[in-house]
Ligand binder design. Structure first.
Ligand code: SF4
Length: 495
């Protein structure tokens, strides 16, 4: 329903973007003359959001959908009005406009003489922007003349474990946010007016700030941050100084930062970067190497997750392994033997993967991972899912060692790592001859995207190509570990 006060100006999404930063809203309507790469996960996120939204409708069955496609905004508003007049109890995607703001309420429920708005989110908790979202819904719907008694955020309950068909009552949980939506009503008219004015003029003069990454990562960072050098105060890893405080004093380059104000890790990073200084502590490296034994099994999983658990015994957003690579070195200096697994898309990979892995990792072998928390978490979930395999899986977990440790402890540091101990920074600094460049899959998020794509297509040629890309990528992850371990051994020998 619309009061027709002004022509539509913003969607709710635009308004929330403008609340985070008016310049972001301006740039979304007046794109800057540099390439802004779209978020590669955007379409997948939309799709997952749509699926979650449709499933949540089952919480309030028997409603009518006001479709987004096929109808113009005006038609969607008219259809909503018709349904309300006809006595509808539940409306999905109910559409309204007021003061130039067009919104769609995910699930609108009649409760006697008033209405309840349910906004569906695929997150596992309510986040601050959700309150703005609820406030905007309330503002528009009530100003269109509908009395609203309650606004709720319906979100995913990550404690739910699937058994059989999805139980929507368990999968979702709901939080009443009416009070906060009401508190934010007073400020909304001014916010809307100010944003509308910002759009009329030149690009707003807004400098970079914490709002560039919170609550959402802004897509215009490449534009607004283009003059910030790579080795700036913002490249410092971890918590410590308030970087924007220094920035407001005109300090941008690491060289200009008083290092006595930094914590130990940041001072270490800053000095190494400024002086292009590498460092090695052979005694620390030796301690780490002494904790390993042969055979050494270099292991890496690729996983996917989803808000709606896909298999029995899985929870929302649980990391489900669909692939692994394993390089086994029988003894020092031996060429590694390679094993790998990649599930047929769509199948539950867990049992087959667990059995194959147990057959390939010898009992008592040292299992080397890079960031053991991740691999241990995946293996613990497998042990829980298959009690008959639990003893064998737990024995492998006991033998896990973490190749990240010498880098995290700074026993080995190369200035090019820029404070990071991720394998993606360590590998090029230590083993530049091995590179992820040129691979069709170059990181874990991309691997997950490719796996999801494989689940949707039937084209055999394309499937083979994608499969090949995943195998090459995962293989390189464990081959990188073999090479990094070799470099560590040479450091100790050379000392
Ligand atoms: S990068 Fe920062 S300053 Fe630029 S538009 Fe985004 S939030 Fe605003």
């Amino acid at each position: 329903m619309s009061n027709g006060k002004r022509t539509a100006g913003f969607s709710k999404t635009s308004l929330i973007k403008g609340i985070q930063c008016p310049k972001a809203l301006y740039l979304s309507k007046n794109p800057p003359a540099i390439e802004i790469k779209p978020d590669p996960d955007l379409e997948a996120k939309f799709q997952a959001g749509r699926e979650v939204g449709i499933l949540a409708q089952q919480l309030f069955p028997g409603g009518t959908v006001v479709p987004f496609s096929d109808l113009s905004a005006t038609e969607q508003i008219a259809k909503t009005r018709e349904l309300i007049k006809a006595g509808a109890e539940v409306i999905y995607e109910a559409s309204f406009a007021f003061d130039g703001i067009f919104i769609k309420a995910d699930i609108l429920v009649r409760t006697g003489t008033t209405w309840e708005i349910n906004e569906v989110k695929m997150s596992t908790s309510v986040k601050d922007p959700n309150y703005d979202d609820a406030a905007i819904q309330y503002y528009v719907v009530t100003n269109c003349g509908l009395p609203v008694s309650k606004v709720s955020i319906v979100h995913i309950n990550n404690k739910y474990e699937r058994q059989g068909d999805i139980d929507v009552q368990q999968l979702f949980t709901s939080e009443d946010v009416t009070e906060l939506a009401l508190v934010r009503q007073g400020a909304l008219p001014d916010i809307i007016t100010n944003l509308r004015e910002a759009l009329q003029g030149d690009e707003p003069t807004i400098d970079i700030g914490g709002y560039c990454t919170y609550p959402y990562s802004c897509e215009f960072v490449p534009y607004c941050w283009r003059d910030i050098p790579e080795d700036s105060i913002f490249s410092l890893k971890g918590r410590g100084i308030n970087k924007f405080n220094y920035y407001s004093q005109g300090i941008v380059r690491l060289e200009d930062l008083p290092t006595d104000k930094l914590n130990d890790a940041q001072r270490f990073q800053a000095i190494a970067t400024i002086n292009k200084e590498d460092s090695t502590n052979p005694a620390g490296v030796k301690d780490f190497l002494d904790s390993l034994w042969y055979p050494i099994c270099h292991l890496d999983f690729e996983t996917f997750d989803a808000p709606i658990p896909p298999f029995d015994g899985t929870r929302p957003y649980q990391k489900i392994p669909f692939q692994y690579s394993l390089h086994i070195q029988e003894k020092e200096g031996a060429d590694p033997i390679h094993y790998e697994y990649l599930v047929e898309p769509g199948d539950d990979p867990r049992r087959e993967l667990a059995e194959k892995l147990l057959a390939e990792i010898p009992e008592g072998a040292c299992v080397l991972t890079y960031n053991q928390t991740f691999e241990k978490g995946v293996l613990k979930n497998l042990a829980e899912a298959y009690p008959d395999l639990a003893d064998d899986i737990n024995a492998r977990i006991e033998n896990i060692r973490d190749l990240m440790i010498p880098f995290r402890k700074r026993d080995v540091y190369r200035w090019q790592m820029r404070g990071s101990y991720s394998i993606k920074e360590v590998l090029p600094a230590l083993v530049p001859e091995l590179s992820y460049e040129g691979l069709s899959v170059s990181d874990g998020m991309m691997a997950m995207r490719v796996y999801h794509e494989m689940c949707k297509i039937n084209d055999l040629v394309k499937l083979t190509e994608l499969r090949q890309g995943l195998l090459e990528y995962c293989r390189l992850d464990t081959l990188a570990m073999v090479n990094i371990l070799d470099k560590l051994m040479r450091m100790v020998i050379l000392d």
